[in-house]
Each structure stands twice: as C-alpha cells, then as structure tokens.
Ligand binder design. Sequence first.
Ligand SMILES: Cc1ncc(C[n+]2csc(CCOP(=O)(O)OP(=O)(O)O)c2C)c(N)n1
Ligand SMILES: [Mg+2]
Length: 585
Amino acid sequence: MSGTTGGEVLARMLQAEGVEQVFGIIDGTYFGFYSALHRLGIGIVTPRHETSAAHMAGAYARLTGKLGVCMASNGPGVANLLPGLVVEQAEGNRVLAITSARRPGIMYPDRGGAYQCFDQTGVIGKLAKWSTAVSSPDRLPELARKALRASFEGRPGVVHLDVPETIMNGKLEREPALWAPARSRRRSPLEPAMADVEEAARLLRQASAPMLHAGSGVIHAQAFTALARVAEALQAPVTTSWAARGVLSESSPLAIPMPHVELNHKVRNDADVVLILGSRLGETDWWGRPPYWRDPSTQRAIQVDIDGAMIGLNRPVDLGIEADVGRFLTLLAEALERTPMLEAQRGLHGSRIAAYQRRIAADRAGWDKALDDVAVPMHPAHIASTCRAVFPKGTVLVADGGNAAIWTMFHHLMEVPNTLLSTFKFGMLGAGPAQAIGAAVARPGQPVCCIIGDGAMGFHPQEIESAIRLGAPVVFIVMVDRQWGMVKMNQQFMLRPIKTMLFKHLDADETIKADLGEIRWDDLARSMGAHGERVSEAAALRPALERALASGRCAVVHVDVDPVKHMWAPGLLHFKKMHEEPAGR
Ligand SMILES: Cc1ncc(C[n+]2csc(CCOP(=O)(O)OP(=O)(O)O)c2C)c(N)n1
Ligand SMILES: [Mg+2]
C-alpha cells in the first residue's frame, strides 16, 4: 500500500499544472480529492449550486487564461452540474470537470437500483469535448494526463474526468510516477508556417479594403497587443463576435463595436480581404454569409484557428492556417511593420475608417437621446451608462438577462480587453451571478459589476451569500420590470402586432404568463449580509452605485425600470433576423 489516495494523485497533478482554485461543493465521495487540495494550499471556492461551479470555473478560465477546474459529486451533484457544462462548452471556456462516481462494479453499467448513480460519462460525453471514467487506480495518472491534454488542445471547452469513490478515497497499491506536464504535451504554442504568414501579409497589404474579424480565440490567446499592432499596420477595421467585444479597445478608431449591427454588416460587405481570427463564424456572426458578409467569390478570407476543425467550417477560405492566433498575429505584425504602408494607401484606408467613425458617433448620439428621459421609473438606458461613470475603467462587467443584457450591450463601451462576460452563444439566464464571483476570484481586490434582469436573478440569488462568504465585491444591478421582458415583447408581436406598434404595449390580460411578481432584491441582499439599495429615479442611481461600490462587499441595487420602455430594447429586429438562415450562400 502506498498510503496515497487517488484523490491526492489528482490534486498533485493539478498543482503541477499551476491550478490555484477549484470550484465546487464538497461531498464524502471525493473527500480524498478535496482534502488533498486543501492540504496542498489550492483554494476551494464553494458556491451554493453545482451549476455555479461550472460558470465560476469558466469565467475564471476566460479572464486568466488558466485552466478552470470544477468538481461535483456523483448523482445529484453531477446532475446539477450539467447545465453549467452545456453552457461552458458552448461558450468555449477551458473547464475541466472532475466528478466522483459510484464504485466501478455497480455504475458502468448501472446494476439497477444503485444509489446516486446515472451514466455520467454517457451524458457528459455527448456534450463535452472529452469525457472518460477512470476504470482502475493504476490508470488514474494516465487518464488524468489525457484529460489535461484534451483541455489544452484545440478549441477550449469542457473536459470531464469521472473518478469512482473507491479510487478517490482509497489508497493506491503503489506510489504512482507522476510526470511533469511538459513531459506529455507540446511545450510551445502551435507556430504557423512562415510562408503562410507572408502570404497573409501580401494579401492584406494588397487589399483595397482589408478588415479583421476576431472571435474568442483572440481572448484565449491573450493576443490583444498583437491584434492592435496588425490593425494599426493595416489601418484595418476590426469587427468581433459578441463574446470577443473589446479585444481591440473600443476607444480605438479602428474598432467597430458589435452593437452597431448595421455598420458591422457594411464593414463586412465593404471588405475585399478579411482576416478571421479564432472564430468559427457561427450564427451570432451571421454565419459569415451574404447579405451580412460579402459574397466569398469577391472577398478573400484568411482564417487562423488553433483548431483545424474550425477552418472553413461555415465560410470557405482562401488561406486556412492552423496555429496559435497570438503567435500568428505577432509574426504578421512583424512582417507588416518591416514595410510600412504607402501614404496614399494610408489615406484611402483613413477616409474609410473616418466614415465608419461618423456612423458610430451618429448611432451613439441616437441611442443616448434616451438619457434625456428622466421619468420615473427609470429608462433602462441609464444603467450601463451610469456604471461606466462609476466603476473604475477595466472593471469586469457581466451582462445577464434578456433585454437587460441588450440594454447593457448598447450602453457600455469596452475600453479594456477581456473585461466582459455573458453567455453570448447560449443566452443562459442566471449564469451571471456565478460568472461574476468567478471574475472576482480571477481578479482579486477588484470590484465586479453584474447587470441582470429580474427573471435571470431569480435563478440563482443564493449566490449573493456565496459572494459575501467569499469576500467577492460584486455589485449586482437588477433591472426590475416585473416581467420576462424580452419574451413578452416577442409575444406581443405574435399576438397583436398592430396594437403593439400603436400603443407600445398590450393590456395586462392580453399576454400569456409573461409577468412576474416583485422580489425586493435589496431586502433579500440585506438578509444575506450584502449591501442593498433600491432606486427608481435616474438621478438617484449614481449615488446609489457609489455607495454600493464603497461598501467594499457584495451589494445589490434594485432598479425599477419602466416596463414598457424596457421592452423596446434597441436592435431587436437584428436579433430576430439573426435567427433566420441568411439568404446568400
Ligand atoms: C435559462 C433560460 N431560460 C429561458 C430562457 C428564454 N428567455 C430568454 S429572454 C427571457 C426573459 C428574460 O427576463 P429577465 O431576465 O427578467 O430579463 P428582461 O428581458 O426582462 O430584461 C427568457 C425567459 C433563457 N434564455 N434562459
Ligand atoms: Mg425582467
């Protein structure tokens, strides 16, 4: 007997990977694991629902570039973990889920009637990148190495290792040989071929209207500086996926913020050469297809992705490059900077950029007219605008909820890269509180701002107590319209479109189950030890937020918004269109 439990082996392997935090709820079935984490000085961050553990790990991974590890116990714990894993896989965050399982002899396959038991790898295997059950103590290090490799290879996502309670808590026969991470994985990032970098530089330089499109891959590669260098050298506009907003600071004249949806369509149609970076061009990028993007026959596409399976997935490419986006951008920047652009070309690009900037300013002026509305209850446009004035630059913002998230997106400006969290691919109401706490763990000592709908906040309000217990200074701003606002708006158009257009809303008895009762979020917050505020007037919002921030602890600001104005969020027609198959091929 070695005296070492399987759980301890796993904990040591995570320590060797540099894991500093694990998110999850404790259970006897993996005491061997979490007690070893504790002994080794690895933080255990405990939410009050397993799905929160997955979201915390995902947010932490996205903000730090590290591995996000979550854990859950067999049966109910894993069942509760599932929605979080589905979302984190869709969002593409690097999450390793470690779960306990019942003893091997009764679980795979289920003997019938086993307690707290279901086909965990069967279910998670369907939704994750990789999922395997450890079949014997001897194979634990090998399978854990495979899980770690899967975590770091290809598009980030969810990887799952299922470990029977008997292995988690039982002593191993022999002390296992643990390999350092670099002994079973590549050491350096995937380099692009220089010939491809030079070809990309040539195509982009010769373009009359080059553009860059960045997805979350740029965030995972933390390639913000290299991206800015390339955009600058080419004087090329940069569009992004919703999730990658701000990879180029939106204070740059080259940034085309996503809320300017029509302008995004225009830029994507003007461009004759497009460099696609760490993006699949999925549905929220309008599939890279006409009429939202120029026809591929007249627009050349260079696509760079860490995952070869993403290349040419939704739009054909002229030059596909499987490489680390950060390394590619650095080499491309060097190539472009070696031969500076001719003045005449710079002038041409400059006038195109200036025209885009005028459009951005005009859109913004239009949206900001709403800020003149000081009626009570508040116009929802005030909230994100006031947050920008109150929170320090670079504060992580979490946007959750239907129209609450839309209003937030249109009135926020992403000045610092990688400071925005939401579930842009999945639109998962209620992920925000856990993401916000994960962000606070990732950026200790910094406040986090979470703007959330009253429907969404109702999914996981218990995490206010987690924020208090963990000392996470999250300020939750709950937009209270007492309805499932986004869905109600859609419903009104389905039921009585003309009346909706004429009167802006239907009568109370004309909609179906779209209304909610009131929860006093400020009172609820106080009951858990958080700071609470309630505001209905625009002028009172700023001082309330300042008090919330100054409290230095978790705070909840209940903001009453006008329910009708709240329903008329900007850009709704674009999102409706986005759900339809684009006309062009
Ligand atoms: C978990 C989950 N359930 C259901 C939906 C469908 N849905 C999308 S928006 C929405 C209404 C959101 O209401 P609320 O959070 O109050 O935000 P509001 O639109 O009122 O600002 C619903 C139910 C969803 N996106 N996620
Ligand atoms: Mg609502």
